[in-house]
Design a protein around this ligand. Structure first.
Ligand code: SF4
Length: 495
């Protein structure tokens, strides 16, 4: 048996690309060098591999179809297994039809002479494109002569909680799509023919649009470079989707907006600040909003890690577990004390984190966070998991206040470009507190640094360097909040 010699062999991923955007398929085959490097690809691949292995581990007796020395061997092994009346799960069963080759994550015998097909995903629910993916596999397997009675996306169950015995039983949930995808299965032959026609032609003339968003596309830079330059300040800078209704009327440039049509006060502020270049700053409003934030004020920020497969007892898939915090404590006279917590030993950081929080955060005074729902959520989880610390943690939760809405209501600089994230606001009030000179520059970097630090392959020297970089980053976040709050309450922006 050999893999089809037909030109433009198609895999399920290539068909998925085609259904998202024919140009993406064409570029991925004919101009792959135009794809941008996908920095997160390696980590995503590793996470996906870990989830796939976990799904297989829950099916003892299953047999893996190896693709060694090549896919022809995988096709032959699969055929032999099915013809021999194999009655256990098969992992990576490989089929080919009409030049389309698929490797099916899991095939399980259903005891009725047919098979259940499961496509394993590391998400916590199925996405629309998963259904097409599954339909392609069902179509190929059925056309290859296999009786597929049911098919599902096997994704992580967000309600799963890791128990002390460490069993992953119940980690996955099958979203059965058998009846829902039948219509899609019937379209496969036509979809494959159309994909092949696209590949045989010249580069499709497709402009970027909403179709680019569902699945991140690594040809975005190439496609966007071909667009005529847009306005420097597009209407899409209006927050909360405020630009959409202007776009529908054909208005793309914020400077072309008729201000009498702006009914949302935030849109009016963004418009005015952008038009005039003068920051929108309500000093009195900011002072009033913070007036009852009692001293000592604790400026608090967490860094968290989230594993697809829970590592620590009592955690769920993708639960944000704090491994670090920075707390600047500000007395009424303006003096500051800094406390921090960082766990890089790879063990469950929650107990030590919770103890550090209740020890270091004063028992009175406001606890200030930026977008405080996140910090409150982590504190609540710690409080629920450690009942002996619940009173102290709940006391912290009760005192949490949020600097984000105060900033949003009382400050806008046109360089924020429609965002009030602290990374967007900070350069407009304290450009000297730049993150660019830091090794860890954002939350994504912090998570990557944590994973590198806990890896057994990381040297002690490198771990020490990561420790320093993480402390510098998290400390900068709480320092930035203090500087921002001061700026909001002071006159002197030329306003
Ligand atoms: S960026 Fe958009 S238009 Fe360009 S190939 Fe990707 S999906 Fe298609």
């Amino acid at each position: 048996m050999s893999v089809s010699p037909r030109p433009h062999g198609l895999s399920k991923s290539r068909i998925t690309y085609f259904e998202q955007c024919p140009k993406r398929l064409w570029l991925s085959v004919h101009r792959p060098e135009l794809a941008e490097d996908d920095e997160g690809a390696e980590a995503r691949f590793a996470a996906g591999h870990e989830v796939g292995a976990a799904a297989c581990s829950l099916l003892p007796g299953g047999i893996m179809v190896e693709a060694e020395p090549d896919l022809s061997a995988a096709l032959a092994t699969t055929k032999a297994l099915l013809e021999s009346g194999h009655e256990d799960p098969i992992f990576e069963a490989t089929f080919q039809h009409d030049g389309v080759l698929v490797r099916v994550d899991i095939l399980e015998p259903n005891g009725l002479g047919g098979w259940h097909m499961a496509e394993v995903k590391s998400s916590t629910k199925p996405k629309d494109y998963h259904a097409n993916d599954l339909a392609t596999q069902v179509w190929v397997a059925r056309e290859a002569g296999v009786r597929i009675d049911s098919a599902a996306i096997r994704h992580l169950d967000s309600d799963f909680v890791l128990k002390p015995e460490g069993s992953l039983e119940g980690l996955f949930f099958d979203s059965e799509l058998t009846s829902n995808i039948q219509d899609r299965v019937e379209t496969r032959a036509a979809v494959v023919a159309a994909a092949r026609e696209t590949l045989a032609g010249t580069e499709p003339n497709i402009l970027p649009g909403s179709h680019c968003n569902g699945l991140p596309c690594n040809f975005a830079a190439y496609c966007e470079a071909a667009l005529p330059p847009g306005p420097e300040c597009p209407v899409t800078l209006l927050p909360y989707g405020g630009g959409n209704r202007w776009l529908q009327r054909g208005v793309e440039d914020l400077f072309d907006v008729d201000p009498s049509g702006l009914t949302n006060p935030t849109h009016q502020r963004v418009f005015q600040a952008t038009l005039t270049g003068k920051p929108d700053h309500n000093v009195e409003g900011a002072r009033a909003a913070m007036a009852d934030w009692a001293f000592p004020r604790t400026w608090l920020d967490f860094e968290t890690i989230a594993f697809a497969i829970p590592r620590w007892v009592g955690t769920r898939p993708y639960q944000q577990v704090p491994f670090q915090f920075s707390a600047h404590i500000e007395a009424e006279d303006g003096s500051l004390e800094h406390h921090e917590f960082l766990s890089l030993d790879g063990a469950d950081p929650r107990r030590a984190c919770a103890e550090a929080l209740v020890t270091k955060i004063p028992r009175s005074g406001a606890v200030v966070a930026y977008n405080a729902g996140f910090e409150k959520g982590r504190l609540r989880e710690l409080s629920e998991f450690f009942p002996d610390l619940a009173d102290d943690l709940n006391s912290i939760i009760e005192r949490v206040v949020d600097l984000l809405p105060v900033t949003r209501a009382n400050w806008y600089h046109r360089d924020q470009r429609g965002s009030w994230s602290i990374k967007a606001v900070l350069p407009t009030v304290a450009p000297e507190l730049d993150y660019s000179e830091l090794e860890v520059k954002d939350g994504g970097n912090a998570q990557a640094a944590y994973l590198e630090a806990i890896s057994p392959e990381t040297t002690a020297a490198r771990r020490a360097a990561l420790d320093t970089a993480l402390r510098a980053y998290c400390g900068r976040d709480t320092e930035a909040m203090i500087v921002l709050a001061k700026h909001l309450c002071q006159n002197g922006d030329g306003d």
